[in-house]
Design a protein around this ligand. Structure first.
Ligand code: ADP
Ligand code: MG
Length: 212
């Protein structure tokens, strides 16, 4: 599939939201070990709100669709990850402002803008054991795939592969001082929950597009 229009992207977002909702027990289990245990419930709340929002509304453009998704997360989730996942959808919007459909290059530009905004806002560095450790390799894999293909499903597949690799690598990282510092040693061997969420989100988007 080369391009996806607003309807296809909306269907993909609903599939992604369902994937996040289904991952809640796993996300909760991981955040219980290495964080304060609320990540799974927070994500489930945010993506349940997105699913409701998308079922009830129509959007003229991909810009309007993703803008609505970002606002939903910021409004419904609360906490640092609500703002950060909201930023992921909002930070790259300018790159797709006038488009009726997105190809892989457009999706790469949109997600990369969101990823850069998450890094600016959260100030996490690579290796701090955060969602950034899944987002940065996702961006890198998309960029590397682009000379070969502009198919949107193949670019999302590359993004998911990068994120999954980041999830694996996050298992060996210690969380930043200040966050879950009481759990620093327990965290070894477990992935960062936010990084897992990123991989579930990108995988859900990819599957939601490729089954159409
Ligand atoms: P909270 O940290 O408010 O309890 P959650 O438990 O929902 O929020 O989310 C925790 C996840 O948020 C972490 O696993 C990490 O991936 C991500 N996270 C937290 N702080 C930052 C940050 N400053 N930059 C990037 N990601 C962060
Ligand atoms: Mg938490």
């Amino acid at each position: 599939m080369n391009r996806a229009d607003t309807a296809a992207l909306k269907a993909a977002m609903i599939t992604a939201a369902e994937a996040i909702i289904a991952a809640e027990p796993e996300l909760t289990r991981i955040d219980m070990v290495i964080g304060d245990g609320d990540h799974g419930i927070g994500m489930k709340t945010g993506f349940t709100a997105i699913r409701r929002e998308l079922r009830d509304n129509e959007y003229p453009t991909p810009y309007a669709l993703f803008h609505a998704c970002g606002l939903c997360l910021v409004k419904s989730m609360g906490g640092s990850s609500g703002v950060l996942f909201g930023t992921l959808f909002i930070g790259g919007l300018e790159t797709i402002r006038d488009l009726d459909s997105l190809d892989g290059g457009d999706m790469c530009a949109f997600l990369s803008g969101g990823i850069d905004a998450v890094v600016r806002r959260g100030k996490a560095k690579a290796g701090d054991k955060t969602m950034v450790d899944a987002l940065l390799p996702a961006k890198e894999y998309m960029r590397r795939a682009l000379p070969e293909t502009r198919d949107i499903d193949r670019i999302l597949e590359a993004a998911e592969r990068g994120a999954l690799e980041g999830v694996e690598r996050s298992k060996d990282m210690l969380p930043r001082l200040g966050r879950s510092k009481g759990f620093r040693e327990n965290a070894l061997g477990w992935p960062d929950p936010g990084a897992v969420s990123v991989s579930v989100l990108l995988g859900g988007l990819k599957r939601g597009l490729s089954v159409q």
